[in-house]
Design a protein around this ligand. Structure first.
Ligand code: SAM
Length: 242
């Protein structure tokens, strides 16, 4: 019988996001792989492969964390430069070690930065990627405007995020899994009191894919598409700057 620690929503949202990701950084990749049964790799690869026909040369990976998506982009897209930014220095440090181990140091640069105010000039990138980051942004609409600002004309954004499955049956199974198993296993392994309650709560509170698409539209993007994966547990949003 799995017992989950009851954590109040207010306590979860009072947490500082940076501190929480710093706290779980060393276990993050292992737990991701475990809780998704390895499916996270397929989700990330699909997010990157969508960009292939655009042949992006300069890529920005926002909320890069341990650089999983940035490394996937380096392997699949072979661009000239990838910059990954994140607010958590401990996540970035794990990412830097991986980038070095995999010989991508000259291609991938990881640095501190916040999606709310991107530390780059206008029109700097051909593509922007984000994996499981937008759920954590304090102001998604403002961040989307920033993304549009740093993208070049014809540039594209590819965003991977959890979403609520459409089917009631899948929704029920996923809710059970995410609200009991995920916090129990995630908190235990990471030794964090409620990081994986936060994961579940933030998925639950995140707007529907229709609302997210609307925000992307309102930020001035065109050609907005969404691609549900694995029964709609995750969604890839793509959009262009014209
Ligand atoms: C769930 S992790 C995703 C990491 C990675 N993209 C991946 O695919 O595994 C979310 C990351 O978003 C970062 N983050 C949260 N809010 C952010 C913000 N406003 N700007 C930049 N990074 C942010 C966190 O520090 C964390 O590393």
């Amino acid at each position: 019988m799995i017992e989950t620690v009851k954590v109040k929503k207010e306590q979860i949202y009072k947490t500082d996001i940076r501190g929480m990701f710093d706290g779980i950084a060393s276990h993050y990749d292992f737990i991701n792989n475990l809780l998704s049964f390895g499916t996270d790799k397929y989700w990330r690869k699909t997010t990157i492969k969508i960009l292939k026909k655009k042949n992006p040369v300069f890529i920005l990976d926002i909320a890069t964390g341990t650089a999983e998506l940035a490394i996937m982009a380096a392997k699949v897209l072979k661009p000239q430069k990838i910059v990954g930014i994140d607010i958590s220095n401990d996540m970035l440090e794990i990412g830097r070690q991986k980038v070095k181990r995999q010989n991508f140091s000259s291609l991938i640069e990881l640095r501190s930065g916040n999606a709310i105010s991107l530390p780059f000039d206008d029109n700097s990138f051909d593509a922007v990627t984000i994996g499981f980051g937008i759920r954590n942004f304090t102001d998604l609409s403002a961040s989307l405007k920033e993304i549009k600002r740093v993208l070049r004309t014809n540039g594209v954004v590819s965003i991977l995020e959890f979403s609520k499955p459409e089917s009631n049956f899948v929704k029920k199974i996923f809710n059970l899994y995410a609200s009991h198993f995920v916090p129990f296993v995630g908190n235990k392994i990471s030794n964090h009191k409620y990081a994986y309650n936060y994961l579940n709560q933030s998925i639950d509170d995140f707007p529907s894919f229709k609302e997210v698409s609307e925000k992307i539209h309102n930020a001035g993007f065109v050609n907005i598409k969404n691609k549900p994966l694995t029964f709609g547990i995750t969604n890839i949003y793509t959009a262009e700057k014209k």
